[in-house]
Design a protein around this ligand. Sequence first.
Ligand code: ASP
Ligand code: MG
Length: 452
Amino acid sequence: MQVWKFGGTSVGKPERMHSIRNLITADSGRKIVVLSALSGTTNSLLSMGESAKSGNEEELAGKIAELRAHYDAFVKELLVSPEGLANGQQIVEKEFSFIQSVTSIRPFTLKQEKELVAQGELMSTQLFQAYLEEQGESSVLLPALEFMLIDADNEPVLSHTEEALGQMLLQHADKQLVITQGFICRNPRGEVDNLKRGGSDYTASLIGGAIRAEEIQIWTDIDGMHNNDPRIVRKTFPIRELTFEEAAELAYFGAKILHPSTITPAKLRGVPVRLKNTMEPEAFGTLIATKSSDREIKAIAAKDGITAVYIHSTRMLNAYGFLRRVFEVFEKYKTPVDMITTSEISVSVTIDNPENLEAISAELRQFADLEDHDYNQTIICIVGNFSADKEGVALKVLEAMKNIPIRMISYGGSEHNISILVDGKFKADALNALNERLFYYEDAMKGIFTAP
Ligand code: ASP
Ligand code: MG
């Protein structure tokens, strides 16, 4: 069985839902289909929540009416038969009366907000199921709230999904298509909760891991993970194959296409993840699996808004225990450190959450000297499989960066990553220079040009 996930833009218009039906019925394999909310809906629900919190009733009513009109028009285009349409209208009616009542609760708390924001996925899946029923497809809608669970640390409980969903799938063994909601789950108090923004990918991977799916497919509107940021870099191309480790580094370092946690459950159970484009279903996309046969250097990603902290030991040489003390301070303030470089007497680190930086600095100053922090830095991360490093990756990286000041460089932390820190204002130059040198230079030297 495969798990296919479609994001907000892939279900955002009635005709897109029509094409999803064609996609999921094109072959006879049994599938679990995970859907996001229609594009714009999650934001719109959260914004209703803001109006409810601030008690701005008029604004709230306006926002509800606006979204309602959108759904009224949506069902009219999605469903064509009189029964189908009546069914769709009933769904919209029921969900909007819930939206109405939950947003009228005062005070409007986080609990209500989570119930409200769950309506997005609840509506998209019910409408899609209504459409499949109208079309006579063999499908069933299974409620994610009955098999997706997070624990007290907000960590998904895979064993629960494995058991609960496993049973439901057996009960509905006659159904070829199983539809369910991305993003939403319950928490240990039994309340409606979610996996954070963009969490539908994560749902798909958790389900795929739990049922040991053959493959997880994430369908979006781009043709896979690109080797570099297409918004900033002139020539980019979709990467055909990535390992789980490489994909995780890229997702963390800014490749927006995947929720950073997505890979974990798939990797745990060795289930391949394929990124596909709904607009171009024949395109290969990106395959993420345990092994990849692709080139050594896979991709470049960047993370902005980084702060660099430069720390010098006041006790000078041979000061053991210094690093421990430094990291204890970051730990105390629950501030993750992304990059580290050290010399005998100094250590430089980067953090992406500067919330507690003042308190951290004050504590560090008790046993170390600090230089001025550098704000607005960018980590650029070169990802690939460098275990053999046949290609001299570090040399190429440094060659590409010859005209750009480097603040920090980190190589060897894993076999999959070289990270460099530059001032944010050099980001675009650095990404373009690295792109040319790492992906196009050799071919240009040989006088041939082929997109790798
Ligand atoms: N609808 C949710 C969001 O917009 C979850 C998702 O689409 O992945 O964040
Ligand atoms: Mg998404």
